[in-house]
Design a binder for this molecule. Structure first.
Ligand code: GLU
Length: 564
């Protein structure tokens, strides 16, 4: 996030807006400055702390699959095999009902102080005036160049006339998006969900205008205006776990963040990580993650369509049965899921086994916004259009990219006929990993943190919590530290500084952990645990806003009244 984008949130706070207003202003401004990961074409999850009532609420603003979606929509009809993931994610078929604007409107109506019209003003100004393209923007464009070239509307907005990335320093204005935001300000969300913008989205999705000679776009969308009319962002209860005296809240399904972060923390509650040698503590972290991911993959989907045993997944007693499986050697992945329903097994009857799991592949491309206001309200908001550049298609005349979020569904079960909670269906939401946390100690906010990075969002959040809470790092240090992510695969994805560390070598020699080198926090962009943001609450009304010093070129953190 660049400073101009954070400034949108600050401007709203200075005008008397609260944390919810600031989050919406920042998210809409991100749609201007980083359209590859944000904007009205996507969706996300908001965790909100309301200071006055001391209540945590969440908004599920996840995209839905159009009613015409079927469980075999990502299967090749000729071969019966699942489509290639990269291929599918470039198709308009992968676009779900854009839910971002509904989320903003719901959040503001319930909890904001200003109107959507007021909170969109900084983004409108930014889109009109433009901003200077920087090296990260250019690299992001480069990484999605063929997809953007496939659509004249994307080319016009985001590329040079010759179809190349815009040069660093170029002043990129987006009058189309400014107009879109102005119309949303004027007519409200119905301009999208029951109006001209919705019709344009459906037209773009189902009848995409492609560049002559295009070889990428093959599968048009199946969205109808009725899908847009049916969309609702939902207010729902957060997940909650206790960890080392903290109360930790996050997103419930269809996000898998709250249940998986919670299960891992519950497993780790059985160890005194701060007193263990660091390699042992990290071994416990990696194995707890491995086991919890098996459960996530087996049980978490859209709860309106499948039964999700959330209570069991978050139960300390279930976590204890999973902890039984952790001994002195890395388990063989894919480990089998546990049974999260009582009565829980004792350690005596337990043995780790393997089980195939459905292949899924989430992107690594998201943004996380955290805001706090003078009243003490907090918003942590992770949102995305999924892959960098989403489907690659810009809605002609409206200035934003469409998501390709439906590729977060499993394309096929692990074996024909096997149960899979995350297969596509009409109206269903794909499982997500997005879900920031807000942590309290003694009823007072302690910190909030969230991250980008597809399925590594969960492990990134976890690692920051462990660094901060168990290993005593400040939140900035906890966030900056090298990361490693285990998601029930044979190897853990490690950033270079972790991969090359003595700790990694010890984890291999002592515990049999294997690592894959994440190909850099900056480029290529497809294989690294994502960037994070957070706020540490220092007491006496003081906060420290925290962003990445290095990953993705660095994030931004601003405050209204800096203090030394
Ligand atoms: N689609 C991902 C999810 O919902 C997030 C996008 C990403 O991080 O690339 O979990």
């Amino acid at each position: 996030m660049d400073l101009g984008t954070s400034a949108a949130g600050i401007a709203v706070l200075k005008r008397g807006g609260n944390a919810v207003d600031a989050a919406v202003a920042t998210a809409s401004a991100l749609g201007v400055t980083i359209p590859f990961v944000a904007g009205p074409g996507g969706g996300g999850f908001m965790v909100i702390y309301l200071a006055r009532t001391h209540q945590v609420v969440t908004i599920d603003g996840r995209e839905t699959c159009p009613q015409a979606c079927t469980r075999t929509m990502f299967t090749d009809p000729k071969t019966g095999q699942p489509l290639g993931y990269d291929y599918a994610s470039d198709q308009p078929l992968a676009t779900g009902v854009p839910s971002m604007v509904a989320t903003w409107a719901t959040a503001l109506r319930r909890y904001g102080r200003h109107s959507l019209a007021a909170d969109l003003q900084p983004a409108i100004k930014l889109a009109d005036r433009g901003f200077r393209v920087n090296a990260d923007f250019q690299q992001l464009t480069e990484s999605e160049l063929p997809e953007l070239q496939a659509y004249p509307a994307s080319r016009d907005l985001l590329l040079t006339q010759a179809g190349n990335p815009l040069p660093v320093g170029y002043l990129l204005r987006n009058p189309d998006l400014a107009r879109t935001y102005r119309q949303l300000a004027r007519y409200g969300p119905s301009y999208l969900y029951n109006g001209p913008l919705g019709r344009a989205i459906v037209q773009a999705d189902d009848h995409p205008a492609v560049t002559p000679g295009n070889t990428i776009v093959k599968l048009p969308g199946i969205m109808k205006t009725s899908d847009l009319r049916a969309y609702r962002a939902r207010v729902q209860a957060p997940t909650h776990v206790r960890y080392r005296g903290l109360d930790i809240y996050s997103m419930a399904p269809p996000s898998s963040s709250g249940s998986t972060v919670g299960e891992i923390l519950n497993i780790l509650s059985g160890y005194k990580l701060s007193a263990e040698p660091r390699a042992t503590a990290l071994f416990h972290y990696l194995e707890a993650s491995r086991l919890a991911y098996a459960d996530r993959n087996a049980y978490v989907g859209d709860p309106r369509y499948v039964g999700v045993p959330l209570h069991g997944l978050l139960s300390p007693a279930f976590a204890a049965t999973r902890r039984c499986l952790i001994h002195n050697t890395a388990l063989v992945s894919p480990v089998a899921p546990g049974d999260p329903s009582p009565p829980y097994q004792t350690c005596k009857n337990q043995q780790a086994s393997t089980a195939p799991q459905a292949t899924s592949s989430e992107g690594r491309h998201t943004n996380n916004i955290v805001t706090v206001d003078k009243w003490g309200n907090i918003v942590a908001y992770t949102n995305t259009i999924n892959f960098f550049g989403g489907s690659g298609e810009t809605v002609p005349g409206y200035g934003f990219l469409l998501n390709n979020e439906m590729t977060d569904f499993d394309f096929a079960p692990s074996a024909p006929g096997a149960y899979d909670p995350n297969l596509p269906a009409g109206g269903k939401q794909p499982r997500s990993s997005m879900g920031p946390v807000i942590a309290f100690r003694g009823g007072k906010p302690a910190f909030t943190v969230g991250a980008a990075g597809g399925s590594t969002i969960i492990t990134t959040i976890l690692q920051i919590i462990l660094n901060h809470v168990d290993f005593g790092m400040s939140l900035p240090a906890a966030l900056a530290a090298p990361r490693v992510s285990q998601t029930n695969s044979p190897t853990s994805l490690a950033e270079p500084d972790f991969y090359n560390s003595a700790l990694a070598k010890q984890l291999t020699s002592q515990f049999g952990e294997q690592f894959t080198l994440a190909t850099g926090p900056i480029l290529p962009l497809d294989n690294y645990p994502g960037d994070a943001t957070g706020i540490q609450f220092l007491g006496h009304g003081r906060f420290q806003a925290v962003a990445e010093p290095v990953r993705l070129g660095g994030g931004s953190a601003l405050v209204v009244s800096p203090s030394p």
